[in-house]
Design a protein around this ligand. Sequence first.
Ligand code: NAD
Length: 495
Amino acid sequence: MSLVSLLPEVKAFLERKHGHYIHGHLISGEGPRIDIVSPANGEVVASVADATQDDVDAAVLSSLEAFRGSWANTTPAERANVLLRLADLLLVHREELAQLETIQSGKIIQIARAFEVDQAANFLRHYAGAATRIHGETITPSLPSFNGEKYTAFTRREPVGVVVGIVPWNFSIMIAVWKFASALATGCTSVIKPSQFTPLTLLRIAELATEAGLPAGALNVVSGGGEAGRRLIEHKDTAKVSFTGSVQTGMAVGSVAMQSKLTRATLELGGKNSVGFLKDVDADRTVAGILEAGFVHQGQICAAGERFFVHRSRIDETLEKLSKALASFRIGDPMDEATQFGPLSNEAHFAKIQSFFSQARSDGSTIVYGAESLDRPGYFVKPTAILVSDANAPLLTEETFGPIATLLAYDEEEELLSLFNDTPFGLSASLWTNDLSKAFGYVPRIEAGTVWVNMHTFLDPAVPFGGVKQSGIGREFGSAFIEDYTELKSVFIRH
Ligand code: NAD
């Protein structure tokens, strides 16, 4: 056991009265208080104010002023430099941010360090590079002139305005960075609403952004629940929403955005991601693939695999080895560096996962391992594997967003392809095989925004990410985000 000691600055931050970050300042807020609970023990560690309409108005006004003033007056290279300085500051404060994130989300400390803070810095640097590469094109109009005059046309990519970023609780730092860095790189400004369960790290990052030289208002943070998010989207001075969260909330957000004032919406939603192992993959590699795809951060990753298809000739050996592997997980305090598997992130999610366990017990599915909570404080469950025999079983069709691998045996390769695609969702999928030519045959036919081959849940700033079907609209990072955060203006010149 190697329990991490809390840094004094983390203790001091938790003791502050938290609210919002508006126009370069932390304000405690007048709205009702929301408790922030440690999932590791169920204790309240801090509280944050729910946003009032006045808070929302102040944040949007401040971001609009920055959009038209201080941020509009920066050059692309100056924007890039602010993002680069912020990336450096995240790494200077790496341990502080990682500890805060682990306390509020239950993410094990190594993942908080490596996937939240370090990756967020990598993403910031990617966006900094993009800031100086945003451009339109020059066009020669082809319609005839009447008096010999000539025409030249060109397009400009112009920032859309104030962007509302709405963030879920599973990756509070990284997903917030995707949103505000996309906005800042393109010349937009941003108001981010973190999840009501995990607002603390973003409030600290907003302070660091000011230290990095970001002008007041270019990034504001408004804390609160769904109502605060809705008010931001409906506000007359917000131009776009970039939402990450569940399908159900995403559909509500999309329709509020359209109905309020045709607000542009990028929706990064959940899914029920498929993982298929061809017959040539042995049981050891299959088990390693299931662990990689399904159990990182207790399965609370939007792109994690939840539907696992294994060839019937491999299924018995796979289940036996998978059960042993899951039983060997070191479950414990997420602040302990030896822990491999921490708690679920909040009480509501803990209850939801337990209801999936009850369903599996009552509907005749085979429980290969787990399907029970742990008798200790906090929101701990066992990593779980369940075998079903019917492709329509609820566990194979409904997103659990938890550490539940549901397996189904298949016989024919054509059957595997329909299993992959027989879902209304399409965020990600992975195919595992030793035969790359077969893999390339599958890739174009799998309906998902990202298809991995012999790997899963690997995101890179240069590679666009987003869903098809009910898993979303739009793409984050890569260079694809630029279209979503800018409008194309056409300019004609007669000469
Ligand atoms: P959620 O949809 O409950 O909440 C997401 C955010 O939306 C929160 O900040 C919440 O306060 C806010 N919200 C709730 N109602 C709202 C409303 N009416 N208007 C505006 N905002 C509202 O999701 P969650 O439980 O926080 O996160 C888990 C879900 O997120 C899973 O379904 C998961 O698959 C998905 N997710 C998707 C991605 C992706 O990139 N596609 C990434 C991470 C998580």
